[in-house]
Design a protein around this ligand. Structure first.
Ligand code: SAM
Length: 237
């Protein structure tokens, strides 16, 4: 179990900056340690409000700027079942302020990629990533990628798990995403808060009811590619 060392000066307890080379800062962490770290990275309500021009940009591409998050415990339940390895790549499409990807980078050996159109939210994700290194000494950067892009157009190469906190995504955006996912050559799990429209490519393998920041009992649907059919076979009639 790893603990943050504290320095007590005049009765004030300060986190001691861990050296980047101590054996103490190896990853992945236990979920309870990661939960403490993530809690300290964000101020409450951060990222909920974004400038009007960013909200307009998101609406223009058919997205929705409304904010809400999957809770740490809900994502941990999913990660405990997924058992990601270093060969996995977890995408959060609409990653907001980035706590899902940071959790994946802290508690699993997988790579995490966060895609978000709001620059304000993405900057908060990058700041949180820097804090993990500066305050706690864990360098998660090699396993993290942040991209300011439209989720319906972004490059999904290497994805093995795609997470969609999709409650507010329009039917049109959901359809565009399923169309994109169905052209990917690799086998894939999709975790979505909205059911995917009927399609021939993904099978529903599990449903959960998990806590989100707006509701304690939100359905979460997990899909698996039916087959990892090569792209060239999929496009031929
Ligand atoms: C409900 S929040 C989810 C945040 C995070 N995934 C989580 O679960 O904690 C959805 C995010 O998707 C972003 N979004 C919506 N449509 C988008 C699009 N077309 N391209 C990029 N980001 C989009 C919004 O700006 C928002 O930050």
């Amino acid at each position: 179990m790893k603990h943050i060392k504290k320095l007590i000066i005049w009765g004030v307890s300060l986190p001691l900056f861990a050296s980047a080379n101590t054996p103490d800062n190896s990853l992945p962490l236990t979920s309870s340690h990661a939960a403490d770290i993530i809690k300290s990275l964000y101020t409450e309500g951060v990222g909920y409000t974004i400038p009007a021009r960013e909200a307009q940009l998101i609406r223009r591409v058919g997205g929705d700027p409304v904010y809400g998050e999957i809770t740490f415990s809900a994502l941990q339940t999913l990660l405990d079942d997924l058992q990601l390895s270093k060969h996995d790549v977890f995408y959060d499409l609409g990653c907001g302020v980035g706590q899902t990807c940071i959790q994946v980078a802290l508690v699993t050996p997988a790579k995490a990629v966060g895609i978000e159109l709001s620059k304000t939210r993405l900057n908060l994700a990058k700041e949180a990533t820097d804090k993990v290194k500066k305050i706690y000494g864990y360098d998660i950067c090699p396993n993290l990628e942040w991209r300011q892009e439209d989720i319906s157009k972004t490059n999904l190469s290497g994805a093995t798990v795609i997470f969609l906190c999709s409650t507010c995504f329009s039917n049109e955006l959901m359809q565009k995403l399923v169309n994109r996912f169905s052209t990917l050559p690799q086998s894939l799990k999709i975790i979505s808060l909205r059911q995917l429209a009927a399609n021939n490519f993904f099978t529903l393998i599990k449903t959960y009811n998990l806590p989100m920041t707006w509701n304690n009992d939100t359905p979460v649907y997990v899909y698996q590619s039916k087959t990892a059919t090569p792209l060239d076979k999929k496009v031929k009639p």
